[in-house]
Design a protein around this ligand. Structure first.
Ligand SMILES: Nc1ncnc2c1ncn2[C@@H]1O[C@H](COP(=O)(O)OP(=O)(O)OP(=O)(O)O)[C@@H](O)[C@H]1O
Ligand SMILES: [Mg+2]
Length: 299
């Protein structure tokens, strides 16, 4: 079964602006997918459509339940951490979580709510009013709020904006744990290193259209000649003239070479060794997700 099916989804806002243009993709149960796109690409428009906040044309199913015709079952299976922060200003942190649980008809989950607050480092704030929370704390409460009913599909729209480094790591660890327990995750974030580490698949959206979707390695292969680099440190910074065209940077005795293919490595090393250049350190850098992303955006 698919955790999420997006079929021919188009979203046109009332000013006639088309934010989503025939979007199609699926998430299998257990996927951890990164949804990448620049500001205004359509990520939040898509997530709002899945969450039932936006009207749209096309079909969206969550765990097999149509979000329009089978709303209750679809909603029960999905937890969304929205990009915009909004809380009832008169409730405390714990009341917010209880109220949210009530929406899903869950009322015996105190242990889970306590655990959520602990994992989001908000246990001291359980009885504080939501207005009194800092920006990062509010963001963490949004994550907890989306998880009160332990949804199968968790969608996070930039969950760690404004969250400090240490707690950001804690949130990623927690989300990874939920993934390991079998939850399906769709994540948007501008922290590409995290996507690179966490996600098994990447979907790229630009101007409301999907422009690529695959594993990172497949995206690299499909992109053709993305630059890998070879960093070489040699004794006294010696080098050989025949390789000088490959050099794209130098830092002291360290040279950075652009590789057009991995088979080139042997040629480079042979040239150095046969000219008695002694190599102190060598490092191969695969293309980063950022390079791949820019490639697909055509920038
Ligand atoms: N209510 C609205 N009315 C008209 N246009 C809208 C509305 N909401 C969003 N848009 C437009 O739709 C496009 C996509 O916006 P969206 O919020 O989905 O982008 P995003 O990918 O989430 O960007 P970001 O990374 O900045 O959050 C933008 O051009 C935006 O201005
Ligand atoms: Mg957005």
């Amino acid at each position: 079964m698919y955790a999420l099916e997006i079929n021919h989804v188009t979203k046109t806002y009332s000013n006639n602006f088309k934010a989503l243009d025939d979007v199609n993709f699926t998430l299998k149960e257990g996927d951890f997918v990164g949804l990448l796109g620049v500001n205004g690409a359509g990520k939040t428009s898509l997530i709002s459509s899945v969450a039932g906040i936006n009207s749209f044309h096309g079909e969206i199913k969550v765990m097999g339940h149509d979000v329009l015709s089978d709303v209750v079952n679809a909603k029960r299976n999905i937890g969304v951490v929205p990009q915009e922060i909004a809380f009832d200003p008169f409730l405390t942190v714990m009341q917010t979580l209880k109220f949210q649980s009530g929406i899903y008809g869950v009322n015996d989950n105190q242990k889970w709510l306590d655990e959520l607050l602990e994992r989001m480092h908000l246990q001291d704030k359980a009885h504080a009013n939501t207005r009194s929370l800092s920006g990062g704390m509010k963001r963490r409460l949004m994550v907890a709020q989306a998880l009160v009913h332990k949804p199968s599909l968790i969608i996070l729209d930039e969950p760690t904006v404004g969250v400090d480094v240490e707690i950001r790591k804690n949130i990623w660890d927690f989300i990874s744990e939920l993934h390991q327990q079998g939850h399906t995750i769709l994540l948007t974030t501008h922290y590409l290193e995290e996507v690179e580490k966490l996600c098994n698949r990447i979907i790229m959206i630009d101007k409301g259209k999907i422009i690529a979707q695959s594993s990172k390695d497949e995206l690299i292969n499909q992109a053709g000649d993305l630059p890998s680099t070879l960093e070489l440190t040699t004794v006294n910074g010696r080098f050989v003239a025949v390789l000088s065209d490959l050099i794209i940077g130098r830092d002291g005795n360290k040279y950075i070479l652009r590789l057009s293919g991995h088979e080139q490595i042997a040629t480079i090393l042979n040239a150095l060794v046969s000219n008695n250049v002694i190599i102190e350190n060598i490092n191969i850098n695969k293309p980063k997700l950022e390079d791949i992303f820019l490639h697909y955006l055509g920038r």
